[in-house]
Design a protein around this ligand. Structure first.
Ligand code: NAD
Ligand code: UD1
Length: 344
């Protein structure tokens, strides 16, 4: 649809989830416009996106919290219909040591976008929230109605505050439609291995640590505790393939476009609905990639949630979205991505 595609600003579109979402938006006929300041991304991700698409994508390099800069983007790109807002800092541990950096970036960028949406009549926004808002839930699986728990970190708190900013703005009567997607644990990479996650330094998250250990970059993986109340004693999470997660954003925009109200706030869990333990992940990784992983059981990690997985029926029904890829697919694609990095 050259020239007629619906324009969507994707803040943080060069990052891990954003880059995969840009690809899916393009495939669905949208025109994604990336805004990224590359604080946690490499220019190579834009090249990867363009290789997959066989087309150029629009990129504005700058801070999505900078109002003057964003005014220029909006003026240049007339007729923006929506925003998908990924841009944020996301390292939990760093947020404990540098809370102001996290509050400044994660809150400023949302506040700026909300003001601009109001002033320029941009009707739709999809926001990246997290299952971290549930903490350790009292009952499983968690639904969107499960209570939020006090945040364990400044990072988690920014997600809770951002959800409140969005909801309060809708409640004040501003004519915008908002969706907050609460992601469970995104893993994997695009099957082409052109884009994926680029963790800086030693990864905190499980799957990048697994692939780096398999690649010989890390000597050994430590499993953080095996005395939890799960089938094998290790923590349980809902791991979702990043491509499935990316597609949820397309479904969210389509849902907003089809809603007749001009003012609404919806929240959706985005996971698989299945829980997998750390040992399930390790065993599946070894099996599908035919690799032996060097790992041992260690102490629990402070602050870890024992088990959490999503009830995704709300997204299945309302967004008409469901996952198509398995844990095995995600771990195969994560490994393929790791191998592609080694070559570069
Ligand atoms: P990422 O760090 O790979 O991507 C974020 C992108 O935003 C990066 O490209 C970074 O350069 C950019 N960015 C940050 N601040 C910016 C600013 N002020 N202006 C412009 N660009 C800026 O992270 P991700 O894993 O893709 O996460 C995307 C979103 O999803 C984040 O909001 C994150 O908190 C949320 N989230 C991620 C996970 C996860 O496990 N990856 C889980 C739940 C929620
Ligand atoms: C972490 C964050 C959470 C954030 C999420 C996605 C904490 C306490 N929580 O969640 O706020 O939303 O990442 O970015 O940091 N594991 C090991 N060995 C490792 C690494 C991880 O056993 O080397 C285990 C962990 O104990 C956990 C599981 O693997 O049980 C998944 O860990 P991780 O990928 O860090 O995600 P979360 O703990 O869910």
């Amino acid at each position: 649809m050259p020239g007629t595609a619906t324009k969507v600003i994707v803040t943080g579109g060069a990052g891990y989830i954003g880059s995969h979402t840009v690809v899916e938006l393009f495939h669905a006929g949208y025109e994604p416009i990336i805004v990224d300041n590359f604080v946690n991304a490499e220019k190579s991700s834009i090249k990867g996106i363009e290789t997959i698409l066989g087309a150029k994508v629009k990129l504005y390099e700058g801070d999505s919290g900078n109002k003057e800069f964003m005014e220029r983007v909006i003026a240049q790109e007339r007729g923006i219909s929506g925003i998908i807002h990924f841009a944020a800092y996301k390292a939990v541990g760093e947020s404990v040591n540098q809370p102001l950096k996290y509050y400044r970036n994660n809150l400023d960028s949302l506040l700026t976008l909300m003001e601009l949406m109001k002033e320029h009549h941009i009707p739709h926004i999809v926001f990246s929230s997290s299952c971290t808002v549930y903490g350790q839930p009292d009952t499983l699986p968690v639904t969107e109605k499960s209570p939020k728990k006090p945040a364990e970190s400044p990072y988690g708190n920014t997600k809770q505050i951002c959800e409140e900013i969005l909801e309060d703005t809708v409640n004040s009567g501003v004519p915008i439609k908002v969706i907050a997607l609460r992601y469970f644990n995104p893993i994997g990479a695009h099957p082409s291995a052109e884009i994926g996650e680029l963790p800086l330094g030693v990864p905190n998250n499980l799957v990048p640590f697994v692939t780096q250990t398999a690649a010989g970059i890390r000597e050994k993986l430590t499993v953080f505790g095996d005395d939890y109340d799960t089938h094998d004693g290790t923590c349980l999470r809902d791991y979702i393939h990043v491509v499935d997660l990316a597609k949820a954003h397309v479904s969210a925009l389509q849902y907003l476009g089809s809603k007749s109200e001009e003012n609404s706030y919806d929240v959706f869990n985005i996971g698989t609905g299945q829980g997998s333990t750390v040992l399930d992940v390790i065993n599946t990784f070894e099996e599908v990639n035919n690799i032996k992983l060097n790992y041992s059981i260690g102490a629990r990690r402070a602050g870890d949630v024992e088990k959490v997985y999503a009830d995704v029926s709300h997204a299945n029904v309302e967004l008409r979205w469901k996952t198509e890829l398995s844990l095995a697919d995600a771990l195969k694609d994560a490994w393929k991505w790791q191998l592609s990095l080694k070559k570069n």
